[in-house]
Design a protein around this ligand. Structure first.
Ligand SMILES: [Zn+2]
Length: 213
């Protein structure tokens, strides 16, 4: 009698586990492989703010938050091209995404200017990229301006290596200018950079809902 109860409990818990898996399969990015690329790193700090905050550091913080959103809320599978402050070549970043077979590639950057007054939000795709890459760019742009509240510099195209040499729809985000003193202050707040990541995530979800994988 006790033994059969034990077997019944096991059956019951297997059913519960199966249910959890079914729910996970209903997540918006289930089955989608996303390569997340934190720009710069190592000897290459990227743009540097007037107070010394480096782009490589902010990019990594946003990229890690983006990975968490993609995995936990989206159910996506994520590969990061770098996970610490080390130098990774541009060709390695593209090769990692291509050989892994990523469905989407998102490179996280922050802009720089010699004019500290300049600020604004832009997302880039490759001019010769697929229509899906431009569509993804526009969805992420729409979401990013909602959270930064900055001047909308629009969806743009640029010949950046990582969007040119990746074989899946690829974008590069420049949510704001780290060289702007007020913006540098905001970028020091992990809550602000988390919201930035979350809005990149929301843009990707909007995109996948409309065009599929
Ligand atoms: Zn950069």
């Amino acid at each position: 009698m006790k033994k059969s109860l034990f077997i019944l409990s096991i059956l019951f818990f297997s059913l519960l586990t199966a249910d959890v898996k079914t729910i996970a399969a209903g997540q918006p990015l289930s089955g989608v492989k996303v390569a997340v690329d934190a720009g710069h790193g190592g000897w290459d700090p990227g743009a540097v703010g007037p107070g010394g905050l480096t782009e490589q550091e902010v990019n990594l913080r946003v990229a890690q938050a983006l990975r968490n959103c993609l995995q936990e809320y989206g159910g996506a599978t994520v590969k990061m091209t770098r996970t610490n402050n080390s130098y990774v070549s541009l060709s390695s970043r593209a090769t990692q995404a291509n050989s892994w077979g990523a469905d989407r590639f998102i490179s996280v950057h922050h802009n720089g200017s010699t004019n500290p007054a300049i600020n604004g939000t832009a997302v880039y795709s490759y001019p010769g990229g697929s229509w899906k890459s431009h569509h993804l760019r526009d969805q992420v742009q729409k979401r990013l301006v909602q959270t930064t509240g900055l001047r909308n510099l629009g969806g743009q195209t640029a010949n950046f290596y990582v969007v040119r040499r990746t074989s899946m729809p690829a974008i590069l985000t420049e949510a704001s200018f780290i060289t702007n003193p007020g913006e540098e202050k905001r970028l020091q707040d992990p809550g602000y950079t988390w919201r930035e990541a979350y809005h990149i995530y929301l843009g990707l979800v909007d995109h996948i809902k409309q065009v599929g994988k």
